[in-house]
Write a protein of this length. Structure first.
Length: 359
């Protein structure tokens, strides 16, 4: 090679310069392509950062950093400058051969790295699309779940509202019924007070009548005793006058008693050693016709042991309504001691005066 002519040396120099130029152009092209691929990877990294899978973003970042490190750590291809004292011919030949080798090796590396970048980019793009689809499907599933849950909550709330409305309506009806019952209770209490007042007045009248009756019986017994023991016309005229006055007084008292209690004594007769009183008791529920027979005072051991006999004078056709109201013991004959006469009369008054509710 040292014996080459000068023209050959010139050609070899031109070839060496072209090989060096082509090597430089390949390096620049590789650097530009690598920079573009790095930018694409960074943009994919930024997009994947916004997605829900953080592992994909880390993989993309690792791929980009590995690519940059491989480019940065790649040793410089080319020979260092030799000393000027070396042989020029040997240096030129070596540089020519190394330029050709560098050109071939750089082209292979660029193609291999581009292929790897395309594969990595395709993988990342597929993973990104898969993650995007998963995100959309997950969002739709979450929406459907939330929608179903909201509909269920609405249904339960509506049922609860309807139930509460029914309870409020029932409570309103109960309050109205309670108010009506309270009003009726007030009316009943007023009626009870009136009946108590009437009963108290009747008891007072009965006690007074009993006292007057006792006095009348005493006077009657005394008058009978006086009639048997009296002698002479003068005594008889006085007795007749006294009897007339007594009868008049008795009639007045009887009228007053009838006005106060509603009890009318129609007649008093002595039948079979009994004093029989023909009585009529008036009241709200009707008029009761009955007879009271009091046994003779001489037949009893004491005044309190005398017996009354109650005999109702009822007609089924005339007194049918009254018979339905009266208790059973007032529709048949009964006997009771004299000291219970007030209780008997109170029950008669109650049966005739108590209000009866007809359905």
């Amino acid at each position: 090679m040292r014996d080459r002519p000068a023209a050959a040396n010139k050609v070899s120099k031109k070839t060496r310069h072209r090989s060096r130029g082509s090597g430089s152009n390949a390096k620049a092209k590789f650097a530009s392509t690598t920079s573009k691929q790095a930018q694409k990877i960074r943009s994919a990294l930024n997009e994947s950062t916004n997605s829900s899978d953080s592992s994909v973003a880390s993989d993309v970042e690792d791929e980009g950093s590995t690519l940059e490190q491989s480019k940065a750590s790649k040793p410089a291809r080319g020979r260092p400058k030799t000393s000027k004292k070396r042989d020029v011919q040997n240096g030129e030949d070596d540089e020519e051969m190394s330029g050709l080798e560098d050109h071939g090796s750089n082209g292979d590396d660029v193609q291999r790295q581009l292929s790897e970048l395309r594969k990595n980019y395709s993988k990342l793009e597929k993973r990104y699309q898969r993650l995007q689809e998963i995100g959309v499907k997950q969002a739709e599933q979450n929406f459907e779940q939330l929608k179903a849950q909201a509909e269920e909550n609405t249904r339960v709330a509506n049922e609860l509202i309807a139930q509460l409305k029914e309870e409020v309506a029932e409570q309103s009806k109960s309050i109205q019924r309670a108010a009506q019952l309270q009003s009726r209770l007030g009316q009943s209490e007023a009626e009870v007070e009136d009946l108590r007042a009437q009963l108290s007045a009747a008891n007072q009248s009965l006690a007074q009548a009993r006292s007057e009756t006792k006095n009348m019986y005493t006077k009657l017994a005394a008058s009978r005793h006086g009639e048997t023991s009296s002698k002479g016309p003068t005594t008889g005229s006085r007795a007749a006058q006294s009897e007339k006055e007594s009868k008049q007084a008795a009639l007045v008292k009887e009228d007053l008693y009838a006005d106060l209690t509603g009890l009318i004594v129609r007649d008093v007769r002595r039948i079979d050693k009994e004093d029989v009183f023909d009585c009529i008791q008036t009241g709200r529920n009707g008029t009761l016709h009955f007879k009271l027979a009091l046994e003779d005072l001489e037949a009893a051991e004491s005044y309190e042991e005398l017996q009354f006999t109650y005999r109702p004078q009822l007609d089924e056709d005339r007194d049918s309504d009254l018979i339905e109201v009266l208790p059973d013991y007032l529709t048949e004959e009964i006997t009771f001691p004299r000291h219970q006469a007030s209780k008997f009369y109170a029950r008669v008054i109650k049966s005739l005066m108590e209000r009866v509710d007809k359905d």
